[in-house]
Design a protein. Sequence first.
Length: 645
Amino acid sequence: MCGFAGYWSFGRTTVADNEALLHRMGDVIITRGPDSSGIFFDAADAIGFTHRRLAIVDLSEAGHQPMRSQSGRYVIAFNGEIYNHNELRRELEQTVAVSWSGHSDTETLLVAIERWGLKLTLQKATGMFALSLWDSQRKELYLARDRFGEKPLYYCLNQGSLIFGSQLSSLREHPEFSAEIERDSIALLLRHNYIPAPYSIYKGVFKLLPGTIVSFRGDAGSTYEEYWSARDVILNALANQSEGDVTAQLDEIEKCLSKAVSGQMLADVPLGAFLSGGIDSSLIVALMQKQSDKPVKTFSIGFDDERFNEAKFAKEVATHLGTEHTELYVTARDALAVIPELPAIFDEPFSDSSQIPTYLVSKIAKQHVTVSLSGDAGDELFCGYNRYMLTANTWGKLNRLPVFLRKVLSRLLLLVPVKAWDFIGRILPKRYTLRNLGDKLHKAAAVITSKDINELYLRLVSHWQSPQEVVLGSKEPLTALTDPERRIVVDDPILQMMALDTVTYLPDDILVKVDRSAMAVSLETRVPFLDHNVFELAWKTPLSIKLKSGQSKWCLRQILYKYVPKELIERPKMGFAVPLDSWLRGPLLEWAENLLNHERLVSEGFFDANIISSMWQEHKSGKRNWQYQLWDILMFQAWFEKYHK
């Protein structure tokens, strides 16, 4: 797994002790690689890499990094896993004589790069990774990231030096790094609860986009090249779909996913899986257990609050499959104890509150294994989110009404106070009773005026509808959700929403949350649904067998029923949430009061303090539930306090 960082000063002498600096840049990400460390520095070109290793494959010194190629031309610092590296080795051995030093995938990459070049090597590779590669012959530096962005990679040009690394904390160690906060990115945070690539919280610091290589030749600028594009794969797959035989399609999905699971079970250390008891994680575990000669180690956490507890379902699935299951029920106190650690864990403002249980389950798993598989990405690939059907149905009805009528309806809904709507919700007949009716209707009023389904979907997935009105001096940048030139456009609204989530929410929220949470405890996570062969097959699969008779992920359910009884799986989708609303009025009240203090907000100058203070008072009083909007502000404030106060 590992983590790395480095810099290139383009031949200039800018640092008194380069080796000490490289060690510092590596030490701040030690949880990414606690097993060993290494540095490379070329004084003539003033370029250096630092690497922290979490040994997974080839635990010997033969896997040590940074690693130099046998010819001496290339030096690499790499993190992640190449699941098909043994296949690549066999292919290489058919065309060139190779004397291998060990059996690490890093060595495989170097030999392949020398033989095939970087772009073709990455196209042949199946895996998750980020890497930096120095070509000492051409004096060229390459940075590259895996197809979906499972592994992070930041970079910037500051004062004539290129600085890069797995986390911002490494970049902050460099004396030439400029930590100027980008207000436009705060607006993105409030919109999405994450900062989407290529943006970051700092001016001039970028996240490399997934599936991309960027190369630098001295200070002459950079060149970007896509070696793989999720957008292109999606559009090509949709253009070449065929209905075919349903049974044959189910068999093909199962075989493809089973192969991905098998490849991702490769490890020289203990391995297990997260198990929530939902469709995706249960299917991954079932396919693991089918291919294992001993019980698979599985992990889940539970909460005493039944609204948020899936552990009992996970235990039933684990018992049926015969896994070695570990569950831990955590108290509110356990969960709350994580909150002060979040700024350091995520290293950049990030406010998806499911970060808390994700970190806790990672911490439990690490006590037993070093690698854990997950069921992430099943929802995006196989139509699992309730919001897809909700949005499509809503738009189908709204679109029949002229926009001016919808604007009138919106104003009427907003005229009635939230408390009044809540009272109406409580006195309705029991079967119609709606909790927080006022909140729901006021939120609905904000979305029903949308001019098209793209705007409707953006508003539904946004925490703040107009974040630049809250973030002082900001202008919200365009993203794949708002830029017409980057947006994926397909005829079916559900497929379009799935595609948009795949290139935005999945890499910038889900994968960030899992990577940072797991790496904070030195746990490697793997996502079989993001094997690119599974991904391509999923998008070739017709929507008619993903969503059938109103049932989401229909095809995955049919496969799972072969391993787990239907009655253990069929229940309402719960999600991985925590009771933020009540925590902010109770055990987190003092913490939040400090961070949301009106005078403090005014003096720091990032937010309109009047808007925030008004929302905070409404939330505390129970008049409104602003949990998600306030969590966005609180996560920025907590991060700012740790790194910039």
